[in-house]
Design a protein around this ligand. Structure first.
Ligand code: ARG
Length: 704
């Protein structure tokens, strides 16, 4: 026995699984045997007594988890930070532990109400005393870490837990003497794993595999060179022994049913203070402001969810709820993150949601110079589809050429500053690019309950994917809007895949072009090939479109078509020469509707018009898409995604595909104006033409 190490335990007199607050307790209510639990606890107690002095706190009725003294608080020297339990079920333990600490001469620090921290269950000293590892994600709040750093004057390294089976840090992480670490990496997010790897050299890391981890192998009590734990695999035992430790195993099955084992049942109350270790915590904090229909639009939820999802924490400093239906709300939120990197990830996403810095904290953008053409300085701000402004010399400038996945380049010419969204490949050496997250804001159209739910008007439900039942309704809305755009001299762009032809949609799309509803067509080689194949030979990929059966030798048709058009020199020439007399491409040529065909690796031919230089094709797409009021995306995932990325918010997008996954992917731009329709594209087009006919006839009647 060693006199200078003291460990606090609590006898299991009232231990039982009475409620469920972690996944281990599920299905285990009253399933642990009291007698067996007492036996197992006694065995552990006896083992520990051989290596340390055991102090006991009185077990109390009604708080069955009190046996898990690791959660009493966190001790360093004579100071203790008392636990604030996350679950009400355990909050009753707090006064008992507090009394014990006070009776034993500790200075007790208590965290603010509603700031949970579960003691040594979630905070483990490096056994050399160099720093404190502190967990968060399930029980303890990240914002408790700065308090601990300050009160205990120690360096705190925050680790984020992401697997709810390992809800406390001590369930998956156990620092050992001589700088060793026994842990289960999968329980942590990648940032935390990087931090662990930075602090603990590889030869000091003892990785626990899942089968041992779920037997609480990491929940071990380390006293000098002894490691006391529940039963583990031989392999792990050997690996630990190999590092110079003595492994003592004792069965703790009854406590596993409550989600705890050896370490949970103990609290080391003698933690020596090292002279040269001082407070330092890396938790960053920052305040943001949001304004608008924060509740109606779900913006508030989205913002708070993303903060937590990305590994941060928040405190709502104030929230001014707009009380009338039309009045906007305003919120100020303080965000904390375990590091600058995580903070920047969070802030950049909040900027995309429309969050800004409070006026007194506003600052200019940070700019860095492009050194190599086509390569941005690292850490550049990645643009979205939302209108964006940047602050330079105290003034906000609007970014032009807004698109997704670009960088913001700033140019000064004749004393005027211009900010432009640019693709990485277009960046020029010497140009300045916005990096970091300061001085950037995006403008989100505020979305009220009314705007989202106007049933009579054209209103695309936010990111909604429709089922067949809603298709007709949506087609009516789309037809209405298309007629309106045509009347106003607006622009509808169609992005279409060959499925349009295979599903019999060519005739309908041709009609739309002929009737002036389409101002621009984008697609690949295939749509043009099969459209002209149908026009010239009556088949689409060799299938007779009239009869719906394959024509013998039909698979060669499309190659013959390609060959003829190649001979003609261009699609326009083929039309002029009378080779192509109907169909989509025919109508485009006849009605001067510009088109761009972007090539790909699988293209046959290709057609003379197909742009096989993808960079040129992308630029051409982007030029043609400018000024669109609506984009119809018809069964082509790649071309549609490409177009979506180059289109700023505010353009109505309709994505039609038979595959719900494609539709969801395309319509999920987080912008109100996009809608997904899961249906056969040929059917969709036929309904659309029918509806437009109906509308225009009525319209003409109404006018006469
Ligand atoms: N049932 C207890 C809880 O969920 C178990 C605590 C285990 N303690 C620990 N330090 N991991 O809170």
């Amino acid at each position: 026995m060693s006199d200078n190490i003291r460990i606090l335990m609590c006898a299991p007199d009232h231990y039982d699984v009475d409620y469920v607050i972690n996944p281990w307790m599920e299905g285990n209510i009253h399933k642990s045997s009291q007698q067996k639990a007492v036996e197992q606890w006694k065995n552990l107690h006896n083992i520990i007594k051989q290596y340390a002095t055991v102090d006991l706190v009185n077990p109390e009725k009604g708080v069955p988890d009190m046996v898990f003294t690791a959660n009493a608080g966190l001790v360093l020297g004579d100071n203790v930070v008392l636990s604030r339990f996350y679950h009400p079920e355990r909050q009753g333990e707090e006064p008992y532990f507090k009394a014990w600490f006070e009776q034993n001469g500790f200075t007790v620090y208590e965290l603010p109400k509603d700031l949970p921290f579960e003691g040594a269950g979630d905070a483990l000293f490096d056994r050399e005393g160099r720093w404190l590892w502190a967990g968060y994600g399930f029980r303890s709040e990240l914002d408790s870490h700065p308090y601990i750093a300050r009160w205990l004057d120690t360096e705190v390294l925050s680790l984020r837990l992401i697997d709810n089976r390992f809800y406390h840090l001590d369930t998956c992480f156990c620092p050992l003497s001589n700088g060793y670490l026994l842990y289960y990496p999968e329980a942590f997010d990648s940032y935390s794993n990087r931090l662990i790897e930075m602090r603990v050299p590889e030869d000091k890391r003892i990785i626990v595999e899942e089968p041992d981890a779920v037997n609480f192998a990491c929940n071990a009590v380390n006293i000098n060179d002894v490691v006391i734990m529940n039963k583990i695999s031989q392999d792990l035992e050997q690996r630990i022994t190999h590092k110079g430790f003595k492994v003592v195993q004792t069965s703790l099955t009854e406590f596993l049913k409550a989600g705890g084992a050896a370490k949970c049942l103990t609290l080391r109350v003698t933690e020596p203070i090292l002279e040269d270790v001082h407070a330092n915590d890396y938790v960053e904090s920052r305040v943001i402001k949001m304004e608008g229909h924060l509740l109606d639009s779900g913006m508030m939820n989205r913002a708070l969810d993303l903060i937590v999802y990305e590994g941060g924490s928040f405190k709502v400093l104030n929230f001014n709820l707009g009380v009338e239906r039309q009045s906007p709300s305003c919120a100020e939120v303080r965000i904390s993150a375990p590091s600058k990197d995580v903070m920047e990830d969070i802030i950049s996403q909040l900027i995309d949601l429309g969050a800004v810095s409070p006026p007194e904290k506003e600052s200019d953008v940070i700019l860095e110079t492009v050194v190599k053409a086509g390569v941005s300085p690292d850490d550049f701000y990645v643009t979205t589809i939302y209108p964006t402004e940047i602050r330079v010399n105290g003034n906000w400038i609007q970014v032009t050429n807004q698109r997704m996945d670009g960088a913001i380049a700033l140019k000064e010419e004749n004393g005027t500053l211009t900010a432009t969204c640019k693709l990485l490949r277009d960046l020029e050496a010497g140009e300045k690019v916005v990096v970091g997250v300061d001085g950037i804001r995006t403008i989100r159209a505020s979305q009220s309950r009314e705007q989202r739910n106007k049933p009579q008007e054209f209103s695309f439900m936010s990111g909604g994917v429709s089922s067949e039942r809603r298709v007709e309704l949506l087609v009516e809305q789309i037809a209405w809007e298309m007629r309106h755009i045509r009347d106003q001299g607006g622009k509808v762009t169609v992005v279409a895949g060959p499925v349009v032809i295979h599903t019999g949609g060519a005739i309908h799309l041709s009609r739309l072009i002929e009737d002036g509803y389409v101002q621009c067509l984008l697609g690949g080689n295939a749509i043009a090939v099969h459209d002209m194949e149908q026009a010239m030979m009556g088949t689409s990929l060799g299938v007779d479109m009239g009869k719906g059966i394959p024509v013998s030798g039909g698979h060669r048709h499309h190659l013959k078509v390609i060959n003829m058009v190649r001979r003609a020199g261009s699609i326009a020439n083929a039309v002029e020469q009378g080779l192509v007399t109907k169909g989509i491409m025919y109508q485009c040529v006849k009605n001067n509707v510009p088109f761009c065909l972007a090539g790909s690796i699988r293209d046959d031919g290709p057609l003379p018009d197909t742009q096989m230089d993808l960079i040129k094709a992308q630029s051409e797409y982007s030029r043609l898409v400018q000024g669109s009021n609506m984009i119809l995306m018809l069964s082509t995932m790649l071309h549609s995604i490409g177009v979506g990325n180059m289109t700023p918010a505010g353009v109505k997008m309709v994505c039609v595909d038979i595959n719900p996954a494609v539709v969801t992917k395309l319509s999920d731009r987080g912008s109100v104006e996009s809608v997904g329709i899961v249906t056969d594209v040929g059917l969709f087009l036929s309904l659309l033409v029918q509806q437009l006919d109906k509308l225009t006839n009525r319209y003409q009647v109404a006018q006469t």
